[in-house]
Ligand binder design. Structure first.
Ligand SMILES: [Zn+2]
Length: 309
């Protein structure tokens, strides 16, 4: 009996050590690949990392992120409102299908740095998650979108950039409710001050799906096709090396893209998301998926309103 317990304990310790070593080596490999990339591409530090800039520069940089295009919540219902015929009666349109809300957050903290609106208070975030739970939403990830028709009130939770507070504050709350979420990581800020560390990313594997927010958070429409290819292709490869999972969703930095960007996105990704716009509807372009922005100033009533179609 005692020998059996001892044997089991030994096996458990051995498997923990193995998992630790495996995770550490995966992270190391990814860091090496990323550092090699960064040394080849010196200009990536134009946007990041924040800690290399003095405080004023941090604010300025942070402002750039805040200027991400956040289109008004339009078009969600109009899409299904058929134009009237000659008699003024509505022409039968396609069958109305409910849209899927894809929530769009940045940081979750009360330790405000830079622009306040980008940091949702942890207490508010918890209220929002509680609302989703109480109202029977099914929290899914992008690879479950294809089966969303069979689910009750599907919803996706996303975070952009990869702030460290996603681990410190958001993840424990998500864990409490058993909710999955997607973090769109900008590769060049991983392990930098105020951003997620490789170890934290691996620790959140059970619920957090890592996807790409490019290498350097540049305006993609302003780059050459060669550079767009690097931003999209290299970031996918590095993040896949880090997490050991497929990276097939892209979030355009600043919601900025054009037809060239979409053409290259199709080469590496199944889906790409923009920076706002409202509900995602089945049949929308897979490379212009709209999201619902959640700023700090949004109270619970506002949150509920945003989820009404
Ligand atoms: Zn961003």
């Amino acid at each position: 009996m005692a020998a059996n317990i001892l044997k089991r304990t030994f096996l458990l310790v051995l498997s923990c050590v193995f998992v630790f070593i495996f995770n550490a080596s995966t992270a190391d490999k990814s860091i090496a690949v990323r550092n090699a990339y960064l040394s080849r591409n010196q200009d990536v530090t134009r946007w990041v990392p924040f800690q290399v800039f003095p405080a004023e520069m941090e604010k300025k940089n942070r402002k750039m992120d805040f200027s991400e295009k956040i289109p008004e919540n339009t078009g969600a219902l109009q899409e299904f409102n058929a134009p009237p015929d000659k008699d003024g009666k509505p022409v039968p349109g396609p069958e109305k299908k409910e849209g899927i809300p894809i929530l769009y957050y940045h940081s979750v903290t009360d330790n405000i740095f830079g622009i306040e609106e980008l940091s949702v208070a942890p207490a508010e975030f918890e209220k929002q998650m509680n609302y989703l739970k109480k109202n029977n939403y099914t929290v899914i990830t992008f690879n479950e979108l294809k089966n969303a028709d069979s689910m009750e009130k599907p919803i996706i939770i996303t975070f952009d950039d990869g702030y460290e507070d996603n681990f410190t504050y958001a993840y424990p709350i998500l864990k409490k409710f058993g909710f999955k979420a997607t973090i769109f990581l900008c590769v060049s800020v991983i392990d930098k001050s105020q951003f997620l560390k490789s170890g934290q990313i691996l620790q959140m594997k059970d619920l957090i799906n890592i996807q790409s927010h490019t290498m350097t958070h540049d305006y993609l429409s302003k780059l050459t096709e060669e550079k767009i290819d690097t931003e999209l292709g290299e970031s996918k490869k590095i993040l896949e090396d880090l997490t050991g999972k497929e990276v097939d969703v892209l979030a355009y930095p600043y919601g900025d893209y054009d037809s060239r960007v979409i053409k290259i996105a199709k080469k590496y990704y199944k889906y790409a998301v923009v920076s706002g716009g409202g509900f995602y509807h089945r049949g929308d372009s897979a490379y212009e998926i709209k999201r619902i922005y959640v700023p700090r100033s949004l109270d619970l009533d506002g949150f509920k309103n945003k989820l009404q179609q």
